[in-house]
Write a protein that binds this ligand. Structure first.
Ligand SMILES: [Zn+2]
Ligand SMILES: [Zn+2]
Length: 292
């Protein structure tokens, strides 16, 4: 009895671990479906209120742009999750240990500078940035490019979705700033459950809301990571004002995105070899805190 309960709990725990990925996928696909619907049917206006039709080529360009961003988001996310950033299977060169090397008691190995142990992934991660809860994966030396590209296309896609959804807000607020329209925008779930709005109105309001909130979150996150990349720091190093591993702006960008940094974010297939190995880092500043 106790064993089956433990097993069941283990299964629930495993399922919960995948929840953020499932939720993200559902949201990304719903938003793409909604903006495609807005473009194809020129919704949300009623047919008799539409003033001018969009030419087929213009609609085609919109759909192309949408699926370009969707493909980049899913592909980069897939590569981010499947590219292991850990020390597993990496020859760390035991004898060449120097300043910044530490011993990890959990992994029972010596680990290079900027590497740290993740208790969620249960492994040491090279140039560890942080553990991404949305994908259940650590961001480290080898998958940083995919993480940043995914974030960039999410930002662009959500910006586009917010602009496209502006008309949804206009249609909702057309009846005036009433309690009904405010409630629909702020708490669409309650309005749906209480039978105040149709499922269609709910879906439009919910997705439009998600786009705005998602855009603000992703924009803040992207901005933070671009600043970190330019400064040559990881999230863990950001608390310190010292930047001992900074290689100058261009060098720092190359270290994160590889030699084809100017192109690689356009498509994850573009090869962009990283200049370093994630083990040895050029030290350009003081590693010790300055004593005053
Ligand atoms: Zn470890
Ligand atoms: Zn982790």
């Amino acid at each position: 009895m106790a064993i089956s309960a433990t097993k069941a709990w283990g299964r629930v725990e495993r399922a919960c671990r995948h929840m953020p990925v499932v939720l993200n996928t559902v949201l990304v696909l719903s938003i793409t479906a909604e903006v495609s619907y807005l473009v194809l049917l020129e919704a949300p206006r009623d047919p008799d209120q539409r003033t001018s039709g969009w030419p087929a080529a213009w609609k085609g360009a919109h759909l192309l742009a949408q699926y370009f961003m969707l493909a980049n988001i899913t592909w980069n996310a897939w590569l981010f999750v499947t590219t292991s950033p850990s020390v597993r299977g990496v020859f760390l060169g035991g004898e060449a240990m120097g300043q910044g090397w530490r011993y990890c008691y959990a992994c029972e190995t010596h680990t290079p500078p900027r590497c740290s142990h993740c208790y969620d992934c249960n492994v040491c991660v090279l140039r560890r940035d942080h553990h991404c809860v949305f994908f259940g994966r650590c961001v480290g030396f080898r998958n940083y490019r995919y993480f940043l590209s995914c974030l960039l296309h999410m930002w662009a896609g959500l910006l586009y979705a917010v602009v496209m959804n502006a008309e949804v807000f206009i249609v909702i607020l057309k009846e005036g700033v009433t309690l009904h329209s405010i409630m629909l925008l702020l708490v669409p779930w309650i309005m749906l459950v209480s039978g105040q709005v149709t499922a269609r109105a709910f879906a439009f309001a919910f997705i439009a809301d998600t786009c705005v909130v998602g855009f603000l979150l992703v924009a803040a996150f992207l901005f933070f990571h671009i600043v970190l990349m330019l400064r040559g720091q990881t999230t863990r190093e950001w608390y310190s004002s010292r930047r001992p591993y900074s290689l100058g702006t261009l060098g720092n960008i190359r270290e994160c995105l590889g030699s084809r940094w100017y192109l690689c974010w356009l498509c994850p297939l573009i090869p962009s070899p990283l200049p370093g190995d994630g083990i040895h880092f050029k030290v350009t500043g003081s590693l010790e805190p300055t004593v005053r």
